[in-house]
Design a protein around this ligand. Structure first.
Ligand code: FPP
Length: 244
């Protein structure tokens, strides 16, 4: 316990994860408990996203990914989908105000479904922040893990067809370069609040050896203190990556 969070002076474990992924679950139930519409829960969830991003940066986490919207979430009522996309738009416009200057932003998922204006904002933000070093923040939007793998396979298949590579040359490392996460290291710690214990098609390739942490706390109630609990639990786990 040598590291301290400078803001709170709390002791943190030495072996912090290099990459944390969050499934921001429980917003709908949080709102329902208050007899409010589901979109009210997403608004609170977005505030938590902001707080947790800042906290991760403060304590020196190098990569942090949030599941904002899946390829399956389009099945939700239009009014809820619109509210989430609107929140996303608001938060990416404002992103530098809450993450500071030295953060790289990457979007995971198929951008082509969004209107041109939003696509441009996403591409510009990735371009403008590409050399930032302190932390990489990844936002999964219109993202599905299987979709991502199929997308990578399709690029590689085209390269084989064009004679650029031989099928036998394809390695795990090469395949990984064609995923949306490309040069980002695998997930070390996957956190899912709200009592559900599923991966829900999130980073299924990248979390092959991740540690999972589940808590009953709903995402809008998730705080830096809750994250500390996950980090302490993570630091106690013995990771063997298939070895002994
Ligand atoms: C899952 O909870 C949450 C979502 C599908 C949306 C998450 C979106 C945000 C937090 C806001 C937008 C994102 C950013 C980055 C600003 P749920 O609705 O399934 O909750 P439930 O299981 O309680 O119904």
């Amino acid at each position: 316990m040598a590291l301290f969070n400078k803001k709170t002076s709390k002791a943190l474990p030495e072996n912090l994860p290099e990459h944390i992924a969050f499934i921001m679950d429980g917003n709908g139930r949080w709102a329902k408990k208050r007899s409010m519409p589901r979109k009210f829960g997403h608004r609170e969830g977005a505030k938590t996203f902001k707080k947790i991003t800042r906290y991760c940066k403060d304590i020196g986490i190098k990569n942090v990914t949030f599941y904002a919207f899946s390829t399956e979430n389009w099945r939700r009522p239009k009014d809820e989908v619109d509210a989430i996309i609107e929140l996303f738009r608001e938060y990416i416009i404002d992103v530098r105000n809450y993450i500071g200057e030295d953060v790289r932003v990457l979007f995971l998922g198929d951008k082509s479904i969004f209107d041109d204006d939003l696509q441009k904002k996403m591409i510009d933000l990735e371009e403008d922040t590409k050399d930032n070093k302190q932390m990489t923040m990844l936002l999964a939007i219109n993202y599905g893990g299987r979709d991502e793998i199929v997308h990578a396979a399709s690029i590689l298949a085209s390269k084989v067809k064009d004679g650029e590579i031989n099928p036998g040359d394809i390695t795990e490392d090469m395949f990984g370069k064609y995923l949306y996460t490309a040069d980002v290291p695998d997930v070390d710690l996957m956190i899912r609040p709200s009592g559900e214990q599923r991966i829900s098609n999130f980073l299924i390739w990248q979390s092959a050896y991740a540690e999972f942490y589940f808590t009953d706390v709903l995402w809008p109630d998730f705080t830096p203190d809750e994250l500390d609990k996950a980090l302490i639990e993570y630091s106690r786990r013995s990771r063997r990556f298939g070895g002994v």
